[in-house]
Structures are given as C-alpha cells and as structure tokens.
Design a protein around this ligand. Structure first.
Ligand code: SF4
Ligand code: FES
Length: 228
C-alpha cells in the first residue's frame, strides 16, 4: 500500500486512493468545485490542484492517485496562486452571487475581483420552460455535475449535454429543445448537485422574484416565463 507524506503527515493509503481522499482521511481540506461524491471525477475545474514532489505541473487532487513515496503539499504559494487565478477567471465570466461555497473560496484566496476588467461575462436569459425548475446559465460554472447525474452516474436519462464550443460552451438539451420536449423526467437530481444558482426549484425562484402564491402556482403549472 502506498505511503505518502501530505502536508508533513506520513500516512498509508489503499491502492487507488486519490489525493483528495487521502487528504480527507488526514483531516486536510482541499477546495473542490466540479468534484461531487455522487459523480465521476473528471478533473475539470482544477481548483483542487496540489503540489506533488515539487513537479512542474500541479496535480488535480480529485483524480490524481497517491504514488508510493510522494510528498504532497496541498497549499503552498504555487497552489494558492493557481487557485486564485482560477477563481478570478471564473468570477470574470460567471455570476457567482448565488454560489456561497465559491464565494468563501474567493475570500480565503484573497481574489482580486477586478483582475480581468475587460472580460466578457457569460450572459444567458433565465429559461423557464417547465413546471419544476428554472435554468440560469449565466450562473453556470460548467462543472458538469448536472450532466453526469442525468447520465451514467445516476439517472440514465441523458437529457442534458453541452452546446457550442470555447467561451460559448453551455449546458443544454440535445438540439436545444425545451425541457418538456427532452427526455427529462424531472427527477430533480441536477438541481440537487448544482453548486450555484444556475438550477433552482421554481417555487424558490418565484419567491425570490416576489411572485405571489397565485403567480407561483400558475408558473408551476404552465412553465410560462413570468419575470426574468
Ligand atoms: S448547471 Fe449547475 S451543475 Fe450544471 S454544469 Fe452548470 S453549475 Fe454545474
Ligand atoms: S474539484 Fe478537482 S478538478 Fe474540479
């Protein structure tokens, strides 16, 4: 079984243990965004990077396995700089106002919220096309969790995918059809794993919009857009 040194603690782990799991067992907190216990780790967001043996590239802790003899630093200057830059880029493009965990990371890593003043925020209209939840992809960090729980990780419904490429990449349905025309069964698992306000139950959204109970009732029946 691999023996590693993580933040000065020598620990023995099972074969196949990721650095994130090893850190958790050692009581060390590593920030995550795309990682979720219920989904397959893809190493997409890179917020969990750590320094392994002082190597040239930082390693994503949620997917990198523990190698015998490795010396791992979960938070040093390189790691902090990398995490801070990721958060600054995210903040420049995405509305993070309803992502408290990411906001806490931004405070922890002393993010400069004006680092990229010329960046173009990703703007999407609120999509209200079904009786159960709204989608606001201007708040989406593309963590992929919703796509994964909708697919092989849980529901096997495959209602969600991505559209466009590069900066315009966004989560959508196949052929961008409305949710009621997609295979979606409205299980709500995507809403449950979303780390931001991008997916939200319609009742909660209606209350936040100041809709009356009658208006909310109407909205949850018809899926018609009310206020955006
Ligand atoms: S909608 Fe939510 S869960 Fe889906 S990719 Fe965007 S932030 Fe992640
Ligand atoms: S949490 Fe590890 S890459 Fe996103």
């Amino acid at each position: 079984m691999p023996v590693i040194t993580i933040d000065g603690q020598e620990i023995t782990v099972e074969n196949g243990t990721t650095i994130l799991e090893a850190a958790e067992s050692a009581g060390i907190d590593i920030p995550v965004i795309c990682y979720h216990d219920a989904t397959t780790s893809n190493g997409l967001c890179r917020i969990c990077v750590v320094d392994v043996n002082g190597g040239r590239l930082l390693q994503p802790a949620c997917v990198a396995g523990c190698q015998d003899g490795a010396t791992i630093e979960t938070r040093n200057e390189r790691v902090e700089r990398s995490r801070r830059t990721i958060l600054e880029m995210l903040n420049s493009a995405v509305d993070l106002s309803e992502a408290p965990e990411i906001q806490a990371m931004m405070a922890d890593y002393e993010v400069d919220t004006q680092r990229f003043p010329d960046a173009r925020p990703r703007e999407h209209k609120v999509i209200d096309d079904n009786p159960f939840y709204i989608r606001d992809y201007s708040q989406c960090v593309l963590c992929w969790r919703c796509v994964q729980v909708c697919a092989e990780d849980a529901q096997y419904t495959f209602a969600l995918t991505f559209g466009e490429r590069g900066y315009d990449t966004h989560i959508t349905t196949t052929f961008e059809v409305g949710m009621t025309d997609s295979p979606c069964v409205f299980c709500g698992q995507c809403v449950g794993v979303c780390p931001t306000g991008a997916l939200k139950p319609k009742v909660q959204w209606g209350l936040e919009q100041g809709l009356s109970p009658d208006e909310i009732r109407q909205a949850t029946r018809t899926g018609k857009k009310r206020k955006t």
